[in-house]
Design a protein around this ligand. Sequence first.
Ligand code: NAD
Ligand code: ZN
Length: 382
Amino acid sequence: MKALCYHGKEDVRIDNVPDPKIEDPQDIIIKVTSTAICGSDLHIYGDLVPTMKEGDVLGHEFMGEVVELGKEVKKFKKGDRVVVPFTIACGNCDYCDDHKYSLCDNSNPNEELCRENLGHSISGLFGFSHMLGGFSGGQAEYVRVPYADVGPIKVPESLTDEQSLFLSDIFPTGYMGAENADIKEGDTVAIWGCGPVGQFAIQSAWMLGAKRVIAIDMIKERLDMAEKHSKAEVIRTVDADEVYAKLMEMTGGKGPDCCIDAVGAEAHGAEGFNKNLDKAQPNALAQIFKSCKKGGNVSIPGVYAGEVDGLPMGVAMNKSLNLKMGQTHMQHYLDPLLKKVEEGKIDPSFIITHRMKLSEAPEAYKKFRNKEDGCVKVVLTP
Ligand code: NAD
Ligand code: ZN
């Protein structure tokens, strides 16, 4: 089959690779009908993620049709249309019982490697390094999905791929990002980053009762989307001093009640990571620590890898800030958020700006990384 493979920094290629096979009785094989590129894929593209190997198949946002089933799978039959969460979870350990699916104890076959890097083993993720399981991703014609009865959900015929696909990651991620900010009825919520995760965090903040949502970025098309579609107030700069001054002005000197970092490692200026940004970007998390109200809540859905310099911990400590973060506990959110889509409370397809073929994926990565041509989200079809 054809699949998008990692070949090093800023080098992804469509290769011919072996078709996936059932390896465990709880596996299913999916014929991918739609897949997307995520901001997290850009960390791999920028070579910030350790333990990648040449030839690894990328992609963790995908959906499709069930074409093969392991003997123990009960939830599905051939031909079912499913969307697959990016976290792989066993459904049986203490963490899964507690709905902390991305911390699953059993789904990562490379437990030791993960432990070496993180101190503990966390769940496996599709297409996201060997320390996170070495699972082949979904930017491919076919993909093997382990623990099928725990992860994927059936998609009703009434919904298109474009309406359902983002349940695989960015809608739940934006939602958990907003939930982790402990938004109370009437709160002012500030969100750094108007990429796909930021856009869904804005939508979710409204759902959770925010009174005001302020979105911060520097890219026009993304700010326009945040303002026009998602009804946020916007700050059109990422200059640290200007953002702080503006937020103080907007909140009468108090600062936002809740702050969400939907930027992640990018703000730390990995070279070549975003051609529109200077090498040493102001650090979004540092801005958050400084701007958030005293005793306020900070949620970090943005992905970080390795070590981060220049974080003002003294500010966070002395202001008694509350911090929550993590890979999304996807399985916890799928059913309730699918219900919101079915009820028409949100149509996640608003985020799509580009539709391309899987064979054009290398070009699509460039476009998305460089934010060219108004690109906010690319959907690829095999
Ligand atoms: P993206 O790269 O498309 O968007 C990031 C946005 O941040 C860009 O629009 C960029 O211009 C903006 N930005 C950069 N520096 C900034 C600053 N200092 N202040 C304000 N904005 C700034 O990525 P995305 O797909 O929206 O993902 C956002 C983050 O969420 C990434 O780090 C991604 O890895 C992470 N993510 C986390 C999870 C999870 O499970 N926690 C899941 C998916 C994605
Ligand atoms: Zn993603």
